[in-house]
Design a protein around this ligand. Structure first.
Ligand SMILES: CC(C)(COP(=O)(O)OP(=O)(O)OC[C@H]1O[C@@H](n2cnc3c(N)ncnc32)[C@H](O)[C@@H]1OP(=O)(O)O)[C@@H](O)C(=O)NCCC(=O)NCCS
Length: 179
């Protein structure tokens, strides 16, 4: 299976296939770089993101159909093609904190040196555009109440706060929907 790259003016959102996830977790960095056509940051995946990738890998082993919704590298489209962050949905439609059967939940990170240049805004819009092509028109996001940048981002995109929940890993989170 191959999932198409979503592209914007400055970015490519390159899907991390099950083989790429395995390569990252096994430390086969150059294989992953070759497979994806981008340059990995020296310090990624860190311990936190290794746990995140391993979780996604377990999700795929339970249901291979999940893979296409999960992690993508956010790649800057210049000559060096650095990976500047990652983005994806928490799973296929229905796997979201609102238990909305029609919705997908988006998650994203831009690595620190690249923040505040509009890359997250551009990447989230592009990923939602890809999902719209898959027939999705309902989006969810969960954000810690003190995460000012992420709250600003979803506000800018038109999401509205609709609830809150407790997450064992991340603590209290506010729930947002894009109407
Ligand atoms: C949240 C995050 C992805 C934003 O990435 P980014 O590329 O810097 O975001 P953008 O440049 O697209 O900024 C979008 C809006 O957020 C706001 N914003 C971004 N960083 C901000 C900050 N440090 N303080 C206040 N507002 C901020 C701005 O309003 C900005 O809009 P503007 O450029 O029109 O002013 C990034 O800070 C990050 O990776 N944080 C750590 C991981 C994380 O929290 N992920 C989200 C989990 S829910």
């Amino acid at each position: 299976m191959q999932v198409e790259t979503a592209s914007t003016e400055r970015l490519d959102l390159v899907w991390l296939s099950p083989a790429a996830l395995e390569g990252l977790l096994d430390g086969r960095r150059s294989d992953v770089e070759q497979l994806g056509g981008f340059a990995l940051p020296d310090d990624w995946p860190n311990e936190h993101d290794r746990r995140f990738l391993a979780y996604r890998q377990r999700q795929i082993s339970k249901d291979p159909g999940e893979a296409r919704w999960l992690v993508r590298a956010i790649v800057l489209r210049d000559e060096a093609r650095p990976m500047i962050g990652h983005i994806g949905f928490h799973g296929s439609p229905g796997r979201n904190s609102r238990s909305d059967p029609q919705a997908v939940e988006v998650g994203y990170t831009i690595f620190e040196p690249y923040r505040r240049r509009g890359y997250a805004t551009e990447a989230v819009r592009a990923l939602m555009g890809w999902a719209e092509g898959e027939g999705i028109d309902r989006f969810v996001a969960s954000i810690a109440p003190d995460n000012v940048p992420s709250l600003a981002l979803v506000g800018k995109l038109g999401f509205r706060e609709v609830g809150r929940h407790w997450d064992d890993e991340d603590g209290e989170e506010l729930e947002f929907e894009l109407p």
